[in-house]
Design a protein. Structure first.
Length: 201
């Protein structure tokens, strides 16, 4: 494989770009040990060795360390590994590795995310945030019987009681201010008014 070019990446690392567009980051010392420079061909066997014996173990360790910090979705982990300079093939093999041990589970992540944040966020806000992490709630709900988003009216009522107490009696300005706040959080106006009526405010 032809080495298109190399460039510094931080104080002691090198970013290597191959002719096929793949690139990876490696320590300068380790790269020099392979004896190949930009503008030269790297034997396929040597490149395979670099991938198998150097990049793949490091990528696996990096993935495990990232998952120790917090749970992640597949999309988040893939993005982080790419950000760290690992090529597509190494990222793919690393994801296969963590999947083989069930270390990454998007359904589990979504359930925990909803359980932890669902009592203060609207369904739309939760769907948007989970989508940004690579989780399609509609598709996931079809696969997981227990996968349900919280009821917006119940969430609104919980937010209002937390703000105004068990027997709320806000004035008109407070009600309007809260309605604007809830609207910005993704709650529908009809649901907000319905909860207001149920609470007698």
């Amino acid at each position: 494989m032809f080495i298109s070019y190399t460039e510094k990446s931080g104080k002691s690392k090198i970013k290597v770009t191959l002719a096929n567009g793949d690139h990876f980051v490696i320590s300068e010392k380790d790269w020099l040990s392979f004896g190949v420079k930009a503008g030269e061909d790297m034997a396929d066997a040597l490149l395979e060795k670099l991938y198998r014996e150097y990049l793949l173990p490091k990528a696996r360790l990096r993935a495990l360390n990232l998952l120790k910090v917090r749970d992640r979705t597949h999309k988040e982990l893939i993005q982080r590994l790419k950000q760290d300079g690992y090529p597509e093939e190494i990222v793919r093999q690393t994801i296969e590795y963590v999947d083989s041990y069930h270390y990454v589970d998007d359904a589990r992540f979504a359930k925990n995310y909803i359980e932890y944040r669902g009592h203060r966020k609207s369904r739309r806000e939760l769907e948007y945030e989970l989508a940004s992490k690579g989780i399609d709630m509609y598709h996931l709900a079809e696969m997981e019987d227990e996968m349900k988003l919280p009821d917006d009216k119940e969430t609104i009522q919980e937010i209002l009681k937390k703000r105004w107490g068990e027997e709320p009696s806000p004035d008109i300005k407070e009600k309007e201010r809260m309605m604007r706040y809830l609207g910005r959080r993704g709650f529908y106006g009809g649901d907000i008014i319905s909860v207001y009526r149920n609470l007698g405010i």
